[in-house]
Design a protein around this ligand. Structure first.
Ligand code: SAH
Length: 496
């Protein structure tokens, strides 16, 4: 199965479906972690990656491993052999398939998006163009240790099409010299594209004469493709990736894992390399422990919810108590904002009260105004919730009971490997914070991060206050939505 050039969005639908059902996934070095993350949770992942310098798993052993794994899973089982790009483009897929046929193991081939075509395209180079290239030629520039390159440069130059060289990083100089010696014009446009389709994608432009020096100066590493031909001159016009506002920027998303996706996707669409670092996690109090409180709902005139998570906790507690939303019928329901109200509406409950400004203080004031004498409120919210809501009720003399339905855990996971070093080196441009607790969780995870270097892009003034207290440069999103937050990141004038 081909995995494409790295971005899981470039997997085929068939590849994704099979990956999602696989019992075993045998994968190569070029397969990205994000692609492997699409494997079924029960799948066993086997790395046969070929690390340059390190000892690769020899091809013969991989062939036997595939046969063994196939026999182990047996009829109805599924072993996926996942390769970068397309399995039959310099992927040795043919050899593996021959061995399976010989061993009587049934197989199918799922073609992939090959880097030979996709990587140039993603960097603005069409491999053919009626105006200047009527063919393209894909060549491996891999050389066995100690041997010269086995490429017929004369034939390639005579063909006159676009030349795409894979595995060309270490042999760049020889390839260019070979083409020049075979008569190619040294002014022929050329480009090297590194880590195509991934957030770190880079394109280096030059000519046959200059591209090697420029690529070396930029410290290009594998995987990269070398493209030589007139089509490379189109790259500055057609490269859409480097035009994105956050191209080349690295941004950390600190939201809880289950709520990070929307923001991460928006930032990635703006060109950013996104690191997911969940800095807080919301954990519900076990619903059975909340059931006794829920039993007493009829004693209250108001049930007050301050988050969508609180709504979900309330519903789980109702369920644990053997009740359903009808149990709330005698009470009025207040929601802190539109998202909480929408979550209630999804459960069939229309909020009776939503304050004009979505925060605890305004909710408290609105509630005090709407409450009749003798009303009592049940606050169903976070443990250690902010004081502004109870303060407002106290001030107005409205009695209430404050129930801790869930708690916020700071830094629930260890920091991803290498990120502390990247922060120290100034390689991270911005961190997004959606609550004060995400700021505190981040500071807890990275106590040594040089805060003055980081732009903290914050949702809301309360979050911003936490970030300022830690010494970050702060930008506040103009509205309290992830869309506005992502746009605020894109609007930052980064210093370098
Ligand atoms: N079967 C693969 C190619 C395997 S050879 C395919 O069809 O794409 C490995 C070479 O592919 C690398 O040395 C590099 O030249 C190229 N390559 C693969 N992924 C790449 C990427 N994301 N960016 C740039 N080059 C890539």
């Amino acid at each position: 199965m081909g995995a494409g050039p790295g971005d899981p969005g470039l997997l085929t639908v068939r590849a994704r479906d099979l990956l999602n059902r696989a019992d075993v996934v045998v994968y190569d070095r070029l397969v990205s972690p994000a692609t492997l993350a699409l494997a079924a949770p029960h799948a066993r992942l086997v790395d046969v990656g070929k690390h340059a310098g390190n000892h690769p798993v020899p091809q013969g052993q991989i062939n036997e491993l595939l046969v063994e794994e196939a026999r182990r899973v047996g009829v109805g089982g599924l072993v996926v052999r996942l390769k970068g790009g397309d399995p039959y483009v310099f992927g040795r897929g043919g050899e593996e398939a021959c061995r399976l046929r010989e061993a009587g193991v049934p197989f199918e081939v799922v073609p992939g998006v090959t880097s030979a075509v996709a990587v140039p395209a993603l960097a603005g180079v069409p491999v053919t163009d009626r105006r200047c290239a009527s063919s393209f030629h894909v060549v491996t520039a891999h050389r066995r240790a100690g041997e010269p390159l086995d490429i017929d440069f004369g034939a390639l130059v005579r063909a006159g099409g676009t030349l795409v060289f894979l595995m060309a990083v270490s042999t760049l100089g020889e390839v260019c010299a070979g083409l020049a010696a075979a008569g190619m014009d040294p002014q022929t446009p050329a480009a090297v594209i590194e880590r195509g389709s991934l957030p770190e994608q880079r394109r280096i432009d030059g000519t046959l004469a200059t591209i090697e020096g420029r690529a070396r100066a930029a410290a290009v590493e594998s995987p990269a493709v070398l493209v030589v031909g007139a089509v490379c001159a189109l790259a500055p016009h057609l490269d859409f990736h480097s035009r994105l506002p956050l191209a080349g920027r690295r941004v950390i998303v600190t939201r809880p894992r289950d709520r990070a996706e929307g923001l991460a996707a928006r930032l990635a669409a703006l060109g950013a390399r996104v690191d997911l670092v969940p800095c807080v996690e919301t954990r519900s109090v076990p619903p059975v422990l909340l059931a006794p409180v829920v039993e007493r709902v009829p004693e209250f005139s108001w049930v007050v919810l301050t988050s969508t998570f609180g709504v979900r906790c309330l519903m789980a507690a109702l369920d644990a108590a053997g009740r359903d939303v009808r149990w709330l019928a005698g009470a009025r329901v207040a929601a802190i904002g539109s998202a909480t109200a929408a979550e209630l509406a999804r459960r069939g409950v229309r909020a009776d009260l939503v304050p004009a400004v979505y925060d605890g203080a305004h909710l408290g004031v609105a509630l005090a105004e709407a409450a009749a004498p003798g009303d009592c409120a049940l606050l169903f919210r976070a443990a250690a919730g902010t004081a502004d809501l109870p303060d407002a009720l106290d001030a107005a003399g409205v009695p209430y009971e404050d129930v801790a339905a869930y708690e916020t855990v700071l830094a629930p996971e260890p920091a991803p490997e290498g990120l502390a070093a990247a922060l120290a080196a100034g390689a991270v441009d911005a961190v997004t914070f959606t609550s004060g607790s995400t700021v505190e969780g981040f500071a807890h995870l990275f106590p040594d991060a040089p805060s003055w270097r980081l732009v903290a892009v914050c949702l809301g003034e309360r979050t911003a206050a936490h970030a300022r207290a830690h010494g970050y440069q702060v930008v506040v999103a103009p509205e309290a939505t992830v869309d506005a937050l992502a746009r605020a990141v894109a609007g930052v004038q980064f210093s370098a």
